[in-house]
Design a protein around this ligand. Sequence first.
Ligand code: BGC
Length: 354
Amino acid sequence: MKRKKCYIVFGAAIVLAAAAVTAVFVDRYYKSLEKSEILKIGVLVYKEDDTFVGGIVDEIKRQGKEYEREMEGRFRLDFSYAEENQSIQNEQIDKYLSLDYDVLCVNLVDRTEAAIVIEKAKAADVPVVFFNREPVPEDLQQWDKLYYVGADARESAVLEGLLVVDYYKKYPERLDKNQDGVIQYVLLEGEIRHQDSLIRTEYSIQTLVNAGLSLERLDGGIANWVRSQAEALTAQWLKEYGSDIELIISNNDDMALGAIDAIEDWYISFSNIVGIDGTPKGLEAVESGKMIGTIVTGQEDYARVILDLAKRMAAGISLDGLDIREDKSIRIPMYSINSDGEIRRLEEEGKEEN
Ligand code: BGC
């Protein structure tokens, strides 16, 4: 077991070292450009007020500005928001392509509409880094200059389920409040067309069932990732089911925070809530004991990986050393954190088991 672990650590070190070496090439390449030559990257975002995506975009802006300065203006980023309308995003793509941008980073409005974006980019020979809203696999295979950066939805759901399982083991009476051996729950779902909603809903529940917990679904509803919509749904459920609700499972932190808003409006004490994202406000709620826990996907890491891919492709530099999977995706690592401050990573557990 030890031995295998050693190989894994060694392998990871090689990948990191290779990434560092090629990063030096990337910087060297940019510095070798004429001052008048600017490599331009367009970042297209599905809407402006999404908390989690907004955090990633803020980081891309921060890191991008730093790089712009380091490269003395030979590198440049521009941003567009699509008001949740794929036609608007398609027009924005046309604009960037007509202005000869070198790479596009696209947070699709409608992930099933990737083919149109790909067709335009391919015709102009401009590589695309999709992020957070994942095109279907067939679309990503259409061309070799397409990649996806995102978090593994299934991993986040399993970790979310395990947060509940661990909590139940530790504090059974806090979760199964009526002591009937069954956990009565409600579930807040994200946008219907988003890959994360479907997968997170399925696997968070599956993880509870696999651990042997008996469950009863009282209700569930789509709140589209949005705090105010989740608050409205939860208020409705509190009216209908009151203290029968023993657990609120949310596909993301913002909706979990919406549930907390409703609970606070009712002046009741209830904190059996789990979320996903690890946004600053989500983490605050966990720390202050208003939630059982959340799953943290580092927004800094997310931004760094997107930028690294984009910078290399803009310069036509090899992608060696980047941790690209067979499905042409790079997955951002994540961990769960609970209100007792305990951290858990599935990846490490997998290694331990080997
Ligand atoms: C996040 C949500 C976010 C959505 C936007 C999901 O991965 O968990 O918080 O609203 O992406 O696409």
